[in-house]
Design a protein around this ligand. Structure first.
Ligand code: ADP
Ligand code: MG
Length: 399
């Protein structure tokens, strides 16, 4: 789960990371009012959307007066901000953050990520702040400092000092940098984050280290024990297909293809997507319905997959160990009856109660295409989908 910049800043400042004074606003009037509350002469109005690259897309504006704040806000509120990370549909701006304008002397990149190969939190930093990490690693890979943290002892001061020196910080700033790094590390581990990124972390004209931007992502599987984090979820920023799935306890990722997939087990779901591609189709989603899925759960999964208008055929692929094929079949029949599905549906069942499952499908009288293994299932669903598309084109041509 991702959160907004202002939320990440509030969290990080609780862990000792310094941030500029700022305030949230839901309207242009409120933004101007909050800027007056903050005081000072320069403010930055920042669109709160779950994406980076806002600066280049017009989502970060420096303002020097009430009327400039108004103008900046009117450009942002209610719009979709399209950055290089959002895709062409963009993300809606419903709140802005008004922050004191800071005089920047130096920009640093700082990121904390989970490094899977060392199974540690890795700190990635670069003196070339302001650029995205992808650009830095393409253009100035030598500038990147990396350090993995030993989880048993946490981030020790000496290691944080080493990073500060490697970035070429003046001795007078080292202690502040150590506090920033340790704060980020503690926030990361104590809140089950998967990513903390401060880009840029700046050195100001008056010799302070401030986080000017902040991004945090959290492990969805740990949210149950982080109520104060789950509260920060903003569904307006999520793919609606994925929010619906999360609300139903299903593990779903929306993709760009036309073949909806309903599978049990993440590994089998990945293999199913691969096999569809291999057969000349493209999956519309990843969906793992999990173990022990009841007919109702299967029907829910069906509704979810079909709510995506791009879906033109469905493949149900179940290898039942904990699951039961008869329950899955019941769920499929229930969903097909209720939703009056008129696109091809291919079902491949294997494992526990497979005979009962096949019987339920056969006796339902529904036009379900059956397959006995994954390759056959993928080929059938792609074949049926291509057929449908060809027929639709013929019909259009005849008209
Ligand atoms: P994004 O990464 O989404 O583009 P940032 O928060 O990094 O958004 O802002 C973009 C740029 O705007 C920063 O690199 C920085 O140069 C400038 N900026 C952001 N916040 C402030 C601020 N409070 N004062 C001065 N400049 C700022
Ligand atoms: Mg940034």
């Amino acid at each position: 789960m991702d959160i907004h910049e202002y939320q990440a800043k509030e969290i990080l400042s609780g862990f000792g990371v310094e941030v500029p004074p700022g305030a949230l606003a839901y309207s242009p009037e409120q933004a101007a009012y909050r800027a007056r509350e903050l005081g000072g002469e320069k403010w930055v109005v920042k669109a709160q959307v779950h994406t980076g690259g806002r600066g280049k897309a017009g989502g970060v504006k420096l303002c020097g007066s009430d009327s400039e704040i108004f103008d900046a806000c009117e450009d942002m509120f209610g719009r979709k901000l399209v950055t290089h990370q959002t895709g062409p549909e963009g993300k809606g701006v419903y709140r802005v953050y008004v922050e004191a304008g800071v005089q920047i002397e130096r920009e640093i990149y700082l990121g904390l990520v989970l490094d899977r190969s060392s199974q540690r939190v890795m700190i990635v930093a670069s003196a070339e702040g302001g650029m995205e990490i992808e650009e830095i690693s393409a253009e100035r890979p030598d500038s990147i400092v990396r350090a993995t943290v030993e989880p048993a002892v946490g981030l020790r001061e000496f290691q944080a000092r080493e990073i500060a020196f490697a970035l070429g910080l003046m001795p007078s700033l080292v202690q502040q940098m150590v506090r920033t790094l340790q704060g980020c590390y503690r926030a990361f581990t104590e809140l089950d984050a998967t990513m903390v990124e401060i880009n840029p972390l700046v050195v100001t004209g008056d010799g302070r280290i401030l986080a000017l931007d902040a991004k945090m992502s959290f492990d969805d599987n740990a949210l149950f024990r982080r109520p104060q984090i789950s509260e920060l979820r903003d569904k307006s920023q999520e793919d609606p297909r994925e929010s619906r799935a999360a609300d139903r306890g299903l593990s779903y990722v929306g993709l760009d293809g036309n073949i909806g997939c309903i599978v049990n087990g993440a590994g089998l779901a990945m293999a199913t997507m691969d096999t569809i591609m291999l057969s000349g189709g493209a999956p519309a989603n990843f969906l793992d319905i999990g173990g022990g899925a009841s007919p109702e759960r299967v029907a829910k999964a069906f509704r979810l997959v079909l709510s995506d208008a791009k879906v033109q055929a469905v493949l149900v692929n179940i290898f039942a160990g904990i699951n039961r094929c008869d329950w899955v079949a019941e769920g499929v029949v229930q969903a097909l009856r209720e939703l009056q599905v008129d696109i091809p549906v291919v079902v491949r069942l294997a494992g526990t109660n497979v005979e009962e499952g096949q019987k339920i499908l056969a006796q339902s009288g529904l036009p379900v295409i059956r397959a006995s293994n994954l390759m056959e299932a993928a080929q059938r669903v792609v074949g049926a989908w291509k057929n449908d598309v060809a027929q639709a084109t013929e019909v259009r041509a005849a008209q």
